[in-house]
Structure formats: C-alpha cells, structure tokens
Design a protein around this ligand. Sequence first.
Ligand SMILES: Cc1ncc(COP(=O)(O)O)c(C=O)c1O
Length: 398
Amino acid sequence: MTQTHDIYTLDTQHYLPVFKRYPLILDHGDGAYLYDRDGRRYLDFLAGIAVNVLGHAYPPLVEAIARQAGRLIHCSNLYYTAEQATAAEKLVKLSGLGKAFFANSGAEANEGAIKLARRHGYRLSPQKSTIISATASFHGRTLATLTATGQPKYREGFGPLPGGFSYVHYGDGDALAAAMDDNTCAVLLETVQGEGGVHVPTRDYLARVRELCDAHGALLILDEIQSGIGRCGHFFAYEHYGIRPDIVTLAKGLGGGVPIGAFCATDSVASAFGPGDHGTTFGGNPLACAAANVVMDTVAAPDFLRHVGDMGDYLRDGLESLRAAYPGRIRDVRGLGLLLGLELDRDGRAIVDACLQEGLIINCTAGNVLRFVPPLIIEREHINTLITTLHRVLAQIA
Ligand SMILES: Cc1ncc(COP(=O)(O)O)c(C=O)c1O
C-alpha cells in the first residue's frame, strides 16, 4: 500500500495546486460517514459540497451503477438510450418545464443555459443579449460562468471576459428593475445562494424578478445546482416560492456523486436550439443517467422530502441553540432545508480545522459562514453529534 506521506508528496508534486486541501486522505464511505486510510471515521456534513445526497455507498445507487457499467457505460449522443430518455422524462415532469439536456457539471449546465438564452433572445432581436446576475453569486469556472459569477475575485486576471454581463445586488428588486431593459435576454440567479454565504431570498423578491422578466420578455434562469435535488425540502427550491423559471440548471446531487449536470427549459425556449446548436460527448451517458434515475426516484418521493424538511428544522434548531450559547461569536443562522449557514464574527477556517480533528467534516464559505450541506439521509443522531462537537469547538475558541 502506498504510504500516506508518499500520497501527499505525489499529489503536491503532480496535481495542479488549485485547491487549499486539508490533510486527509479519504478511502471509503458508508451512509453519513467517511473513512480515512487508517479506518478513522468522519461524520460528513459536507457531502462532497452538496453532492452525495443519498450518502455514501447507498446500496440501490451502487447496484444501479454496477449493473449499468456491466451493460453500457457510454455511447454517442447520436443514438438513443432508455436511461437518458427516462431521466429526461423524470426531470421534465419534476420541473414542470418542457425539455431537458444533460451535461457533465454545473458550469457546463449553466454554460448551456446561457447559450440557449442568448439564442432565444437573438431570435427576438440581435441586440437582446445581455445577462444580469447577482452580487455574491456563483455559477461556475468556465469563462462565461465565471463572468456571470458576481464575485470579482473569481474573474481577476482571466480577461478578456465575454461581454454582455452585469450584476445587481441579490435581493434588491428595485436595482434589478433599474438595470433591465429590452436588451436583457436573461436574469440568472441562484434560488438560494450557496457559495456566496447562504442567502435565502424573500418570496416578494423572487415574485418581482419573475414579473420583471415577463415585462421585458427576458428569461428567468434559476441555478439550482446547489439548492436543487431535494436539498431545500422540495425537489426544486423554487417550489417554495410559487414561481417557475424559464430555464433551470442542476448538477451536484443529480447523480448522487456520479458527474452529471442538466438544464431544463420550457418548450418554447428550448425550440431556439436545433440539431448542431449544442452538444456534448459525455453528457447524459447511460451510466450517469442510470445513477440520476435512482436519485430522482428516491429524492422526489414525498416521504423523503418530508424527511429533508424535518432534518432541516432540527438542524436549524440546533444551530440556534449554539447562537444562544455563543451570541458574540455567532451573528446569524440562515438557510432553507438542509442548506444552512451559520455566520461567525470571524474567519471560520480554525473551526473547520478543529472539527476535522474531532472527526467532523464541515465547510466554511465566504470567509466566515459555516455551511452545512449534509447527505439528505442524515438522522437526528448525526445532527446531535454535530451540535455537541460544535459546542465543544466553539467553547475552546476565544
Ligand atoms: C450554484 C452553483 N452553480 C454552479 C456551480 C458550478 O458547478 P461545477 O463545480 O459542477 O461546475 C456551483 C458549484 O459550487 C454552484 O454552487
């Protein structure tokens, strides 16, 4: 077996150093737990950043992937597969939209959505091409999606960037109204912001965004890459708000860990694309779609979504109890379902490190927001362990 220190050496010598990594080599997982090479157990409240919605090594998912791998892993999108057709049907039914397309990641799903919106706008007028997104948003790392990302640190040094993008303050309907005109082809928003620090919009704000889009003939693209797939207690977070987008994008949890992204659009918007206008080699391959079919069947079940809502309430109560115990250190608790954030009065890295020492995996985003995006299968006992551990860690930090 390769020695642990050799793995660190091999990786630092050969892997592009774009990730600020923790000193942990993961080996396998089971349910809500991950294990390192020495068999040490970690409670996972990150789930691969909102990916492993069914936890680790979920038997029906493992079986479906193994079965599919033994039949057909990949074939060209020049041919049909039952797995892809079924996955598209499920996604269309769940979203209430008209057509689905499968990519391999969130950035690719958003990239495709942006292309579709541009082509749709172009059919109305060649000038109808501008895209408005929000401050503190995150939409991916390709050139178009990092340009849509409303955080300058992700864009710095990568110019020239694609044109036609601008940003308004998330949650500010007046600012959006002032920024929109008839050349706006789309507004792109996360239904709940994740990377930017867990920001939940009001019902009025999203209703106003929908109205403004309709008034200007612009499309509403909701990025549900982090907030979708049951994470917020409905299959799509927008179901909390009584609105429907023209395009929705998904990835992360959709394959339960197998890479797959998707966008869904209304039939009339989707008709802006014909053969040759978009494509992918790997996207929607039968292996990824077989995984996505298990995830969608499992997560969309009413009992499963009720469980997410219940666990979300229970976790929020636990976080509120921490806030009551450490009022100076915790500024806010917010989120929806099992996408929850706890805003600290300081940088959160030391707390994440201390939790890791205690066998608990959590994450900090936007500098000072502890973000909790556990597998959706977690139970009360896991939440109790998280809260007890956080109590201990917060008590130790001055
Ligand atoms: C809301 C949102 N959109 C897009 C992305 C990009 O997804 P990917 O890393 O799969 O390209 C992310 C990833 O964190 C995300 O949270």
